[in-house]
Design a protein around this ligand. Sequence first.
Ligand code: XIL
Length: 366
Amino acid sequence: MRTALFSFLVLLGSCATHESHEATLKSVLADKFHIGTALNSWHIAGRDSMAHEVITRHFDAIVAENCMKSMYLQPREGEFRFREADAFVRFGEEHHMHVTGHCLIWHSQLPHWFLTDDEGNDVSPEVLRQRMKSHISTVVGRYKGRIKGWDVVNEAIMEDGSYRRSKFYEILGEEFIPLAFQYAHEADPDAELYYNDYNMYFPGKREAVCRLVGELKARGLRIDAVGMQGHVDMRHPSLEEFEASINAFTDAGVKVMITEFDMSALPSPWQSANLSDTLSYEQRMNPYTDGLPEAVDAEWNERMMQYFQLFLAHADDITRVTLWGVTDATSWKNDFPVRGRTDYPLLFDRHYQPKAVVQQLINTAR
Ligand code: XIL
């Protein structure tokens, strides 16, 4: 009897270990939405084996943090460099992941030649249209059938709802957006197409993006989802503001993707201007170089969980939630919007360990 009981307990123990081994973010979220992460060059090159373990264990969707931006894909006109992007797409295929292409038309990380002629003057609308078309059809065409969806246009609208005064806008006017969607669709009719932006909780921006979705649809152009980047911090935006935008985009007739989620644990420079003492300013802006105090860590985990609860509540409309990076160590937030800080924005810490919220999320979703 004692041996039977002992064997039973051992079996129970191994089941429990087995189960906690199996319960991963992607397994418990499988029937809710894709859970993704952004891969940097080291991840793609296979030079970060610990990160590789986290990526393949917990995530079923990937996006490239940098290598598919136009300055890397086409540094000079007609000179395409696909090595890293090819490896990135292969990675996704090998691990059966939802692969997002980021991004086709963006004012940033854009090579200079794109907008200027040999004398350095702005190109004509005809030339810009031709360059956009050539870039989009070459890139989208190369990965036809292998990339699930594209961030076609990134960050074209301002918080007040006006168009960003980018060169694309100055040269082509509002038309550059439908053109980009048209070119992308022509290059891969089966690919999903997204409009992607940050600070989507501003009412002006929210309304303008809804109008844009309506206009694209009215012209018969394909748009599948609005990507809400979601670079949030400990105070902004409120869950209510964020949710209002999820609802608005859903009502506009598209799916929602949370495309670049992270939550800075640090004070935001936008909220504290005009500090005369630079040293104390710098210390105040980078307060946790030796680790996150327990209370702040608890607050961070709680707010992160609240965000995921919001995403789960809208799982019918949200098709993917992607974190902008794998661990805190390599997050872009360590250098943005202030360089050289120690931030704590992601689900895995500097030692590749899951934060408390990961287990909590697994328990809740299960
Ligand atoms: C960031 C990358 O994370 C950084 O490595 C790079 O230096 C700058 O771009 N919005 C976007 C992303 O759409 O492409 C940006 O990624 C972050 C803000």
